[in-house]
Design a protein around this ligand. Structure first.
Ligand SMILES: [Zn+2]
Length: 391
């Protein structure tokens, strides 16, 4: 009897122990397999919905998130198509540090390829006042030492198409004197050197640019410069005796042959012109018209593109005069097609203030198909193209 009771007691103890042990195991297993991060995220203040999104990230990303306080913008950031996991640490650090700045600006700033982490305070100070993130980065990275008066216009000029870093101070100077002009116009004018004076501020043309050499009122050719590889323009392609650089002539022939298929005749009146010939021409015009007028339509010796050998003056089968050429079918055809053969209209209408020459419907310059196409499609002058892409 006594023994039996003892045995029963012992069994009872054993059962209680086993039950407790099992519960303990279950708790340990639960603790082991349950998601402690989930609870940590909850403790940070993230809602269940937010946690669902966060848990789609990698372990290391979640660990990064746990390093920081609750960030109300986090979900927008990680779900953005521009989200970069390698920058998660910075997103969190700086959106939390600069809570008074729109997190999207901070996000864009950090994502920018030119963002430099150590400048963050400088960037953000400007971000509070201005919107153009790209320009702010450029400004801080390149012109922080410049003593210009900062304002929204100056900042956004940095983001303009064709903006050239080296010219920042010139743009700002020009802008300060011409505040009524659109910023794109400031860029155009400075790139075309209109903040300088024609002829007075000129220097020798850069012949290392080969067939892309720019000759205008800022770049001249030496008196003794004669291009090599000049070929005679003959037969049906010329009105008078003329010469051109070989490649320009070959492409002129293609162009003239295709124009012919459309029933049109284009002919060269002048191609290459020597320094001396230009000298005679120009001085004649000066005698008739005076320097000021002559300068608007005739190049001073050395400053004529014709001396390079890549330029052509064109007429049609009736040998119309230059002034009449604008009204011909040939002119219209060239307007639409010349670029396909590498020719650009060099002194277009409405660009007189850039090129320094009156509109010349008859004057074309060979620059190759790619450049001609770009200039045609973007409606810019060779001055602008050269300065931005070839300088
Ligand atoms: Zn010409």
């Amino acid at each position: 009897m006594n023994n039996k009771r003892k045995k029963r007691k012992l069994n009872k103890k054993r059962i209680i122990f086993l039950v407790l042990f099992t519960i303990l195991i279950i708790i340990i297993v639960y603790m082991f397999f349950s998601k402690p991060k989930n609870r940590n995220l909850k403790n940070k203040g993230y809602s269940n919905l937010e946690i669902v999104e966060i848990e789609k990230l990698t372990k290391s990303e979640i660990n990064t998130i746990l390093k920081y306080d609750y960030d109300k913008n986090l979900i927008y950031i990680i779900k953005s198509e521009n989200y970069n996991p390698n920058k998660l640490d910075m997103y969190l650090k700086y959106t939390l540090k600069y809570k008074d700045v729109d997190y999207l600006k901070i996000f864009e700033l950090i994502n920018n390829e030119n963002f430099v982490n150590k400048n963050i305070d400088d960037y953000v100070n400007l971000l509070k006042k201005y919107n153009n993130v790209e320009s702010i980065i450029k400004y801080i990275n390149n012109y922080n030492d410049s003593d210009v008066d900062l304002n929204e216009d100056i900042l956004s000029i940095i983001g303009e198409k064709y903006f050239i870093d080296d010219y920042f101070d010139r743009y700002v100077n020009y802008y300060n004197k011409n505040k009524n002009l659109p910023l794109s116009e400031i860029i155009t004018r400075v790139n075309a050197k209109l903040d300088y004076t024609f002829y007075d501020d000129s220097k020798e043309a850069d012949l290392s640019k080969d067939m892309y050499t720019l000759v205008n009122k800022f770049y001249y050719l030496a008196e003794n410069y004669i291009p090599d590889e000049l070929v005679d323009v003959t037969g049906i392609y010329a009105r008078d005796k003329a010469q051109l650089k070989k490649i320009a002539f070959e492409n002129f022939v293609k162009m003239a042959d295709d124009a012919k298929k459309d029933g049109l005749t284009i002919k060269v009146t002048t191609g290459y012109r020597s320094y001396n010939f230009q000298s005679i021409l120009y001085n004649n015009y000066v005698k008739i018209d005076g320097v000021k007028n002559a300068d608007t339509y005739s190049a001073r010796p050395g400053y004529s593109e014709h001396q390079l050998g890549y330029s052509v003056d064109i007429t049609n089968k009736n040998n119309v005069s230059f002034d009449e050429f604008e009204n011909t079918d040939e002119y219209n055809w060239l307007q639409k097609n010349a670029y396909k053969y590498g020719f650009i209209q060099r002194y277009p209408k409405d660009k007189e203030y850039i090129t320094g020459y009156v509109f010349e419907s008859w004057h074309y310059r060979y620059v190759g198909e790619d450049i001609a196409k770009y200039i045609y499609e973007n409606n810019i002058t060779y001055e602008e193209y050269y300065e931005y892409f070839l300088r």
